[in-house]
Design a protein around this ligand. Structure first.
Ligand code: SF4
Length: 211
């Protein structure tokens, strides 16, 4: 079984994608960058950038056409506002918040392998447990997942998640929740292991790093 994951938007989405990949690969899926050969197709979306949202609609329209010909499971996650989430639930097989990343195996097992004839049935039987509601507090266990780094020489290290400021023009507090900082020890441990592995460029990430 193969999966293809497409991160859109900022570096934080790219970093989150590396942890999603780890969870999916623990289920024995192999990564492919060729959407056409993937059994599992996912997008890490961004409600902040209109272009990123437009690309989600373009992708899912194509993937849903493919479902007429082959078995396929689709999902979307990322920085998604509630209004976009409601629309995506009608188009994707499942939508999850980053705080629910550890539920991915449970969700995929719930769906099993999708055959075209079962799509409508499964869409109608979508369980509420997979429908996000409100913004949960960020679970610090998220950072315990070892990322599947996409590069052998440059890496992202998230040092916090979310924001408490609620600036009028920004979606972050509504999509990623309140500010949660990662412990310095944890950040330094990840940094040291990357340096030992020969990484040359390491970027610390956060939405609001002032704390
Ligand atoms: S401080 Fe930055 S991340 Fe937080 S709400 Fe304002 S613009 Fe968004």
């Amino acid at each position: 079984m193969k999966y293809c994951l497409i991160p859109l938007g900022c570096q934080m989405n790219k970093s989150d994608s590396e942890r999603i990949s780890s969870v999916i690969e623990a289920m024995d899926y192999k990564y492919t960058d060729n959407e056409e050969e993937a059994d599992l197709l996912g997008i890490v979306a961004c409600s902040v950038r209109q272009r990123a949202i437009d690309r989600v609609y373009g992708r899912i329209a194509k993937w849903n056409r493919w479902k007429n010909k082959r078995s396929l499971l689709t999902f979307v996650s990322g920085c998604i506002l509630e209004e976009d989430e409601k629309k995506f639930l009608k188009l994707f097989d499942f939508v999850f918040r980053m705080t629910d990343i550890n539920k991915i195996p449970e969700i995929i097992n719930h769906y099993g392998v999708v055959i075209p004839a079962a799509i409508d049935l499964q869409k109608n039987s979508s369980s509420d447990i997979f429908i996000p509601s409100g913004v949960d507090n960020f679970d610090e266990g998220f950072w315990d997942i070892k990322p599947r780094y996409n590069s052998s020489f440059e890496a992202f290290i998230p040092i916090q998640n979310g924001c408490d400021k609620f600036c009028t023009y920004c979606a972050v507090p509504y999509t990623r929740g309140r500010e949660v900082s990662r412990s310095s020890d944890e950040i330094i441990n990840e940094l040291e292991s990357l340096v030992e592995a020969g990484y040359k460029s390491i970027t610390l990430l956060g939405q609001n790093v002032n704390s």
